[in-house]
Design a protein around this ligand. Structure first.
Ligand SMILES: Nc1ncnc2c1ncn2[C@@H]1O[C@H](COP(=O)(O)OP(=O)(O)OP(=O)(O)O)[C@@H](O)[C@H]1O
Ligand SMILES: [Mg+2]
Length: 455
């Protein structure tokens, strides 16, 4: 069952219940009122007659005749008088049903020696009657009878309640229709979200987005949904890039390894040379895969595990590690005394990439220096060398994945991932990486990110 039908169903059930309760209450109250009104009416008639009798000196029969002549019955009422068991006189107005013709009833009324009240059946349904005997000389001379056509009055109550129930039902139907319409309008955005989600999962087109308008719960839902799609799309893109890169980068080493293995002869010296070469290529492949994985992960949440990092210690430990990379003049330029909140491992990884590049572009005896500083609310970490430097036109594009600068030295062929990794680590820290010129024309790479003091 759809949400719309459920909402409208519940609404109708609740309103319908309320309606039945009110109709039932109206029915009960109106009937109770009718009963007391009829009795009050009869009591009133008796009272009026008594008052009239007190002011008149006529004999009972004449008294009643006169009274009938002046006192007109209300709607659904009739009066008559009984003298000697017969009905000589009744009100002019024709009653809905004649009761004076009911011999047994008239006899019963005539027998009353005190005022009495009772129910009787008639051609117009149940009636409520009252009889007042007029006594003179200790004997019932005449009796006055007032009759209220109870069933007719009751029919009016039934009619009123029926009208009430009917209008209630019409209102219920209208409310149902309006509810259906409103629920449809309210749920339309939800349906749109669902349909879009369905389309996206069917077509795997993650670039589609929901249009967000307004600031209600539904648009918040749509915004959240869009946000999720952003992340999903990005995650898939990263995955695809990784697959493309891995495929592309690994093809060459695999071809090289296969070529060497195919050409390998039986000569033990030739064999060991080939194996060393293959081991070298495999090592390179491993590095490429590791680097690509770092790059892919850098897009995902949880890439950084921020901790307390001592900037001085960071620069020095990088230089200590880097010494193993080659015979250079290693220096620590200047170090900041601050402790910052950052990911020590990732920063070390970035600096090591820069140091490895510097080693690659310098010769034994050249200078490579690492340093750190805190300036204007930013942390700066740098690696500079006395190599050839990076030509101006390359200073932007070398950070893009797989772009290698022209001024390469030696037989190195890197995958061109290093600086992309440096940049993504800087970006994950909310910062950037730039390259400039060091004193003497070498390259000076600087990672800058906002200073956040460790507590
Ligand atoms: N210290 C440097 N001096 C001069 N040029 C540099 C220096 N560091 C990087 N470059 C230039 O930037 C390019 C990109 O560097 P990057 O580290 O991204 O790739 P790579 O070193 O070629 O390959 P990988 O790091 O994946 O092994 C290099 O090919 C080189 O041309
Ligand atoms: Mg590199």
């Amino acid at each position: 069952m759809s949400a719309r039908a459920r909402i409208v169903g519940w609404m109708l059930a609740v309103v319908g219940l309320a309606l039945s309760v009110s109709v039932f209450a109206a029915w009960t109250v109106l009937l109770a009122r009718l009963d007391s009104r009829v009795d009050a009416e009869l009591a009133n008639e008796m009272e009026k007659l008594r008052w009239y009798a007190r002011t008149s000196s006529a004999d009972p029969e004449t008294l009643l005749k006169e009274y009938l002549a002046v006192n007109a019955p209300d709607r659904h009422e009739t009066f008559f008088m009984i003298v000697d068991g017969a009905v000589p006189w009744r009100t002019y107005a024709e009653p809905p049903a004649a009761l004076d013709t009911n011999q047994a009833l008239v006899a019963r009324m005539a027998a009353a020696t005190t005022p009495e009240r009772d129910w009787a059946d008639s051609a117009a349904g149940q009636v409520r009657w009252a009889v007042i005997p007029v006594i003179a000389g200790g004997k019932v001379e005449a009796s006055f009878v007032a009759v209220v056509f109870y069933d007719i009055e009751r029919r009016e109550v039934v009619e009123a309640v029926r009208v009430l129930a009917l209008t209630g039902l019409i209102a219920l139907a209208l409310a149902g229709g309006a509810g259906w319409f409103v629920a449809g309008r309210v749920l339309a955005p939800v349906r749109l979200v669902r349909q879009t989600a369905e389309n996206i999962s069917d077509s795997s087109d993650l670039s589609r987005r929901l249009t967000v308008s307004g600031d209600d719960d539904v648009s918040a839902l749509a915004a959240t949904f869009n946000h999720m799609l952003d992340r999903l799309e990005r995650a898939f893109a990263v995955q695809r890039e990784f697959l493309d890169d891995a495929g592309h980068e690994l093809r060459t080493p695999i071809t090289v390894i296969r070529g060497h293995l195919e050409l390998m002869g039986d000569d033990p010296r030739d064999r060991s040379e080939t194996l060393a070469l293959v081991a070298d290529e495999l090592e390179r492949m491993k590095r490429i895969v590791d680097d690509l994985l770092v790059l892919a992960r850098s897009e995902q949440p949880g890439f950084l595990t921020p901790d307390e990092v001592e900037l001085a210690d960071l620069a020095m430990s990088v230089v200590a590690k880097a010494r193993a990379l080659g015979e250079r003049r290693w220096r620590v330029d200047e170090v900041a005394a601050e402790r910052v909140t950052a990911d020590r491992q990732r920063l070390t990884q970035a600096l090591m990439q820069l140091v490895a590049n510097a080693v690659r572009h310098t010769r034994p005896g050249d200078l490579i220096a690492v340093g750190s500083a805190v300036r204007e609310g930013s942390v700066e970490l740098w690696v500079r060398d006395s190599g050839p430097g990076v030509p101006l036109q390359d200073r932007e594009r070398i950070f893009v994945r797989s772009v290698r600068g022209a001024g390469r030295t030696g037989a190195h062929d890197g995958a061109g991932i290093g600086l992309a990794i440096v940049r993504s680590i800087a970006k994950a820290h909310g910062g950037t990486v730039r390259v400039g010129e060091a004193d003497g024309g070498g390259a000076r790479f600087v990672i800058t990110f906002p200073f956040e003091e460790a507590l």
